[in-house]
Design a protein around this ligand. Structure first.
Ligand SMILES: C[C@H](O)[C@H](O)[C@H]1CNC2=NC(N)=NC(=O)C2=N1
Length: 98
């Protein structure tokens, strides 16, 4: 994981791999909202993600209300979207499907 800001065709290719994620407004970041059956499911998912985020030292910016989690991913060190954000987005998506 380089952590370098993704730009141009490399960025478009990476974003095409995570079609549920959209570019954030007013900031170089990606966003997605996850909706669960209830709070406990949302919390369990967040807990699974937290383990990976801490292991990879790459953390989401997220806001949880009841069964919804709004997520924003960006790499602070490059002030933009990097491969680390794409990887974490894929992990979040995989935990959400399973
Ligand atoms: C000191 C610590 O390793 C750094 O601040 C890590 C922590 N988690 C991080 N998370 C994200 N999203 N971007 C970072 O640049 C980052 N840097």
């Amino acid at each position: 994981m380089s952590g370098q800001k993704l730009v141009g065709s490399e960025r478009q290719e990476a974003l095409s791999q995570i079609p549920q994620w959209k570019e954030a407004e007013g900031r170089d970041a990606i966003k997605r909202t996850f909706q669960f059956n209830d709070f406990k499911e949302a919390w369990a998912w967040m807990n699974k993600v937290a383990d990976v985020a801490d292991k990879d030292d790459h953390h989401p910016e997220w806001f949880n209300v009841y069964n919804k989690v709004d997520v924003l991913l960006a790499t602070h060190t490059c002030n933009g979207v990097s491969d680390k954000d794409i990887k974490l987005a894929k992990t979040m998506d995989s935990f959400f499907q399973n």
